[in-house]
Design a protein around this ligand. Structure first.
Ligand code: IPE
Ligand code: IPE
Ligand code: MG
Length: 241
């Protein structure tokens, strides 16, 4: 088993981490952003080709207005500050999700970071911002339906590969490993299609306490898994398959 080509992380538990310390939830988000920075660098250093971080879900818009506004400001500031480091680490930044729903300043920062790093050839860092996997699947379906309507595509041309190519994560491959912190064992509308054969790893660690050592342990666990993709062990031991 080789190292994962695409890792996805549901960075959960910021609020609880802060509340355990008698601090407002926002304090946890600040610490969480610092941890994200370290994890990004660690993944780039370890040669992970694609890293998708769930930073804000479609459903997170339903949180109290103040928390949403804080998260948007924090994410904007974070991206602005980190662009230099991304460049230094040769990381190419991209975003999946409904970017149009983000506040204007945030859209500008996102666009600037994408443009500034587009020539980078190292790890692809994908921020899931205002992202929901069901919404993504519906959007892809609509885009393909429109092409059929316009006569650019035949219904019979639609297959798994074409569908994947029209998802926002393209050209990143399917997710190999999905990690969720905070002890929750659910996927919360993250990369539903792309995780069809992912290894799932749930840790009780709250995101602000997550670190490189634990990440390395999870990668070691991943390497120990036998991924059969519906087949049997013997087939997977044959290099021709
Ligand atoms: C994850 O931490 C960050 C976001 C969803 C933006 P939470 O804010 O969900 O923290 P908990 O789960 O309430 O502890
Ligand atoms: C998932 O965490 C989204 C992000 C980490 C950005 P949530 O805290 O929103 O998920 P639920 O509500 O516990 O399922
Ligand atoms: Mg949460």
């Amino acid at each position: 088993m080789t190292k994962p080509k695409h890792v996805g992380i549901i960075m959960d538990g910021n609020g609880r981490w802060a509340q355990l310390r008698g601090r407002p939830r926002t304090f946890g988000h600040i610490k969480g952003a610092r941890v994200a920075k370290k994890v990004i660098s660690a993944c780039a250093e370890m040669g992970i080709e694609n890293l998708t971080l769930y930073a804000f879900s479609t459903e997170n818009w339903l949180r109290p207005e103040q928390e949403v506004a804080f998260l948007m400001r924090l994410l904007g500031r974070y991206l602005k500050r980190e662009t230099e480091n991304l460049l230094a680490e040769n990381i190419r930044f991209s975003v999946i999700g409904n970017v149009a729903s983000l506040p204007k300043e945030m859209r500008t920062v996102v666009q600037d970071t994408i443009s500034a790093t587009q020539h980078c050839t190292g790890m692809r860092l994908i921020f899931a911002l205002s992202y929901g996997s069901r919404q993504e699947i519906v959007a892809t379906t609509k885009a393909l339906a429109l092409k059929v309507q316009n006569g650019e595509l035949e219904v019979s041309d639609i297959d798994e590969s074409l569908f994947s190519m029209n998802l926002s994560t393209h050209p990143a491959p399917d997710l190999d490993l999905m990690i969720r912190t905070s002890g929750e064992q659910r996927v919360s509308n993250f990369l539903l299609w792309q995780s069809a054969y992912s290894e799932l790893y749930f840790t009780r660690t709250l995101w602000p306490d997550f670190n490189r050592t634990e990440l390395e342990q999870i990668f070691a666990y991943f390497l120990s898994r036998e991924r059969r993709f519906g087949q049997v062990t013997e087939q997977y031991e044959q290099p021709s398959h």
